[in-house]
Design a protein. Structure first.
Lengths: 113, 113
């Protein structure tokens, strides 16, 4: 399997609810990063995982959390959803060794109402 | 002031034109410079990647980095309607495959037949 796959593609949630987004890394990649892209803006770094541990975090509150599994797939969890959390959530995988390459998935479009 | 500034456009050109896209940045520690293309409802796709200063050419695309001016450019020759997309510049410090990418806002390009 090649490429980064994300699920679901679209999601509508109510303010205050919790959401889990999923990402399968590209084959051979052991590092995964999550980004939030608001409409008309560039992606903003949320956090990165390497060897199942958080390896850097952007300016996002603790209600944004994540997991990386032994097969390098990953989850992004957001608690207590706010209207401003509405965005495209992108997952990017990379290899800690080898040539440069951050491969992005197509993202999950989250709408909070 | 944002770390990376990019004119959001939109930029509209006729087919066959030479397109120039630019970003400026404030962090002199940036070492890796990238250009991504993002079609509507898709994730960013890496176009060009440059380490430190200099030029890099790939087909119709040329990337330039001027670290002394903190300025990067992407040139598209013989532009095609299929080049219509949002172009994102991105930069990072440190190891090529770990750490966060800092994106510009993105420039929307439309190439008219």
């Amino acid at each position: 399997e090649t490429g980064v796959t994300q699920s679901p593609t679209h999601l509508i949630k109510t303010r205050g609810q919790q959401v889990t987004l999923r990402c399968s890394s590209q084959s051979g990649h052991n590092t995964v990063s999550w980004y939030q892209q608001a409409l008309g803006q560039g992606p903003q770094f949320i956090f990165q995982y390497y060897r199942e541990e958080e390896n850097g975090r952007g300016n996002f509150p603790p209600r944004f959390s994540g997991l990386q599994f032994p097969n390098y797939s990953s989850e992004l969890n957001v608690n207590a959803l706010e209207l401003d959390d509405s965005a495209l959530y992108l997952c990017a995988s990379s290899s800690s060794t080898g040539s440069y390459g951050y491969t992005f998935g197509s993202g999950t479009r989250l709408t909070v109402v | 002031q944002k770390e990376v500034e990019q004119d959001p456009g939109p930029l509209s050109v006729p087919e066959g034109a030479i397109v120039s896209l630019n970003c400026t940045y404030s962090n002199s520690a940036f070492q890796y410079f990238m250009w991504y293309r993002q079609y509507s409802r898709k994730g960013p796709e890496l176009l060009m990647y440059t380490y430190s200063s200099g030029n890099k050419e790939d087909g119709r695309f040329t990337a330039q980095v001027d670290k002394s001016s903190k300025y990067i450019s992407l040139f598209i020759r013989d532009s095609q309607p299929s080049d219509s997309a949002t172009y994102l510049c991105a930069m990072k410090v440190g190891s090529s495959n770990t750490g966060k990418l800092i994106f510009g806002q993105g420039t929307t390009l439309q190439v008219k037949p």
